[in-house]
Design a protein around this ligand. Structure first.
Ligand SMILES: [Zn+2]
Length: 117
């Protein structure tokens, strides 16, 4: 536990604050890589508590068809987060269900192989 905390402390050195113009430019830059980022929503890292403390954050638009939810995420999470919280949860459930199905089907196949009768 102590080791993990040390490692984290090293990584989370404060990022330099950007002025408004720089934020806009950086946000546009992010949008090239992550099109679901909403323009001009990049914010400087804020000290304090919460999941996004000391991280730059940006708003994304949920990529679920028909969903208009927005969500503020850390820029470091952009590669993973594409949905609002609700749809992230649903996508995770769906993935698990698919994985379970695959597993049980593999089991069935293995069984039928073992007993050729
Ligand atoms: Zn959504």
């Amino acid at each position: 536990m102590a080791k993990a905390a040390e490692k984290k402390a090293k990584v989370s050195r404060p990022r330099p604050k950007l002025d408004e113009k720089e934020l806009k430019a950086a946000c546009a830059e992010l949008r090239k890589k992550y099109p679901h980022v909403i323009p001009n929503t990049l914010q400087n890292a804020e000290a304090g508590e919460g999941p996004h403390s000391n991280k730059r954050t940006v708003e994304i638009k949920c990529q679920h068809p028909g969903c208009k939810e927005k969500r503020r995420v850390a820029t470091s999470d952009l590669a993973q987060v594409k949905f609002c919280e609700e749809h992230t949860r649903l996508a995770r459930l769906e993935r698990r269900r698919a994985a379970r199905k695959e597993k049980s089907e593999a089991k069935k196949k293995a069984k039928s192989k073992r007993k050729p009768k």
